[in-house]
Design a protein around this ligand. Structure first.
Ligand SMILES: Cc1ncc(COP(=O)(O)O)c(C=O)c1O
Length: 473
């Protein structure tokens, strides 16, 4: 393009954006002219003096706008020959070419998975995120970010930020009776992430992984994905039936605090038997402590990991249940012998949790806000549980209601779980049949009831419907 013929900013009318904020307005007007090619590549911008006269702004304002365009790569400034639009503007470096219209598909709005939404009666195992103090969380994130320099944001902390691991270890020592140190903690995005890491790292095709039956299906699926032979072990009133564990296995997965889904606590004698078995079989025990913060009748038993004298228990915890499900932060406490291998898998998969959430949690735990939230949510959940139990007809049999975020309602003998759930769905109740959690176990009919993500009014209203269904069953 020859010099004098190129369009210059003098051809541009004074932009309206100048009235809102002069420097920003001048920058936006010039950038817009470059992007829509009113100022094509190579064209020369006028001097800040002549443009200032025409646009009725100070030269300093334009100098700052030109400098910003220069820093962002839109213009070149060469002493003695003025300011020119660059041959290639930054948008061409940072944005891929737009897809052609023909290639665009109709966008289907993303819906939360059916059955796992909060405030749907009686969806189970959901916390009530509206009890969470978002303002305090926002302050923690902001304080956390402002308290560190770029070094912390740049460094690779595969196991999680040391300050967060310290806080987690401190919490586990004080509330779960564990003698654990920060260097045993690995930050994950939740319990399923921990199970995935364990499966990828420890299991080879053909290894045996023992799981509870009934039990938490994602654990079974993740172990199967790694090629393991998954062996279902029955659950009795004392929890996992340790007498059924095979002589040889690579690991056993358990939910000792509140069996998922039946809700009993693994007895102390079974805990000791499980640890003995692990030592004999040279196996690992995976402890899923998913909802142990919520106990309504008495203090919780310490974690199984607290009895782990031979360092065989991989403890998995999560903030996704006690804070809010979208947070996606959890943690593991791992035996020393497994730490390097687990960290290698974590690094390879590139899943470590973002620094912003970790820094926010350091503040949230350190300021006492976390424990305050646990106290308040426990109280709210207990009131909701009591309201649900009060709604049920006399003689109803419920179990697992002493702790956690759900309980089991046993249906009258002879009732088909699926039929009952379909009749409930017809009046807007989402119930999970116990059979969905079973592999080989054949148990009397029952459904899982969640109450924590419902208001008291919802529980009373929908509880009456549930009662009518039970009476009619
Ligand atoms: C027994 C059990 N473990 C783990 C989880 C999931 O934890 P996270 O969301 O941290 O992966 C759930 C979720 O309902 C659960 O029921």
């Amino acid at each position: 393009m020859s010099r004098g013929k190129a369009a210059t900013a003098l051809d541009l009318p004074r932009p309206d954006t100048l009235d809102a904020g002069k420097q920003q307005g001048a920058y936006e007007a010039l950038r817009g002219a470059i992007l829509n090619r009113q100022l094509p590549a190579g064209s020369r911008l006028p001097s800040t003096r002549s443009l200032a006269e025409r646009w009725l702004v100070s030269r300093g304002t334009l100098e700052a706008a030109f400098e910003r365009l220069h820093c962002e790569g839109y213009v070149q400034r060469v002493a003695g020959s003025g300011t020119r639009v660059c041959a290639v503007i930054p948008e061409q470096f940072i944005a891929a070419p737009a897809p052609s219209e023909a290639a665009r598909r109709e966008v289907v709005a993303d819906q939360p998975e059916a059955g796992v939404q909060s405030h749907v009666p009686f969806v189970a195992r959901r916390p009530d995120a509206s009890l969470f103090d978002l303002k305090s969380w926002a302050r923690c994130i902001s304080r956390g970010l402002l308290s560190v320099g770029p070094g912390v944001l740049e460094a690779a902390h595969t196991a999680g930020l040391p300050a967060l691991r310290e806080q987690i270890a401190d919490y586990l020592r004080s509330y779960r009776g564990m003698r654990c140190e920060a260097d045993e903690v690995i930050v994950t995005s939740g319990i399923r992430h921990a199970l995935d890491l364990i499966a990828r790292t420890l299991l080879k095709p053909g290894d045996t992984a023992c799981v509870e039956d009934p039990g938490y299906k994602p654990a079974r699926r993740l172990f199967s994905l790694a090629g393991a032979h998954v062996q279902a072990i029955a659950v009795t009133a004392e929890g996992l039936d340790t007498a059924q564990l095979p002589d040889q296995a690579r690991l056993a997965y358990v939910t000792p605090a509140h069996q998922a889904p039946l809700g009993m606590t693994l007895s102390v004698s079974r805990r000791l038997a499980l640890l003995d078995w692990a030592a004999r079989a040279d196996a690992w025990v995976v402890e899923d402590d998913y909802d142990s913060e919520y106990n309504y009748n008495s203090a919780p038993l310490a974690a199984l990991k607290s009895l782990d004298a031979s360092d065989r228990v991989i403890y998995c915890g999560s903030f996704n249940k006690n804070l809010f499900p979208g947070l996606r932060v959890g943690f593991m406490v791992v035996p020393k012998a497994l730490r390097p291998a687990l960290l290698r898998t974590l690094q390879l998969t590139g899943y470590p949790v973002g620094a912003t959430d970790q820094l926010g949690l350091v503040e949230f735990l350190g300021s006492g806000a976390f424990v305050r939230h646990l106290r308040a949510s426990r109280q709210a959940y207990q009131a909701r549980r009591d309201a649900l139990l009060a709604c049920l007809p006399e003689g109803s049999r419920v179990s697992g209601q002493q702790a956690g975020l759900h309980c089991v309602l046993w249906l009258p003998a002879g009732v088909q779980e699926q039929d009952f759930c379909s009749r409930a769905a017809a009046v807007g109740l989402t119930l999970q049949p116990l059979g969905k959690f079973c592999s080989e176990a054949r148990l009397p009919p029952a459904v899982i009831l969640g109450y924590t993500a419902l208001t008291l009014a919802q529980i009373r209203y929908h509880g009456r419907m549930l009662t009518q269904l039970l009476i009619a069953a």
